[in-house]
Design a protein around this ligand. Sequence first.
Ligand SMILES: [Fe+2]
Ligand SMILES: [Fe+2]
Length: 167
Amino acid sequence: MGLFSKDIATMDDLFVHTLRDVYYAEKKIVKSLPEMIDEATDPQLKQAFSSHLKETENHVARLEEVFRMHGVDAKAVDCPAIDGIIEEAEDVTGEVDDKKVLDAALIAAAQAVEHYEITRYGTLVAWAKQLGRNDCASILERTLKEEKAADEKLNALAESYVNRRAA
Ligand SMILES: [Fe+2]
Ligand SMILES: [Fe+2]
């Protein structure tokens, strides 16, 4: 299905398409985080990635719940945006030798991922409400809160020591 093809005729179609886009993204993040946990040196950063991996597995399950509630198949559609963010992150981290600099690069990459998720879930919550699906909106909102909290945790880590030590 093309992004701007006629397959998306209504707000409901657009909502379902975007759910499937973020479903693809969440599944991709579940696959990518273990590598980031391995690469991170700082124990607090490793811990932050590990706990967000558990949350991310839950995000996948919540999306499946929203698909079920909305009466559509839990299907993923390609999301070139998340593929690009992760590909760029792998390129950059592959170029870094210094462990402290690598931690800073991993944080920056992870924050790009979180910001992508935040924009998608923000949109999905608004559209769910617009479509009269407050039940779906409240589930999506729980995930949105966790994405924002993950981003803030990474901010705090970056500001408190990781970037300073890399300087
Ligand atoms: Fe997520
Ligand atoms: Fe996330």
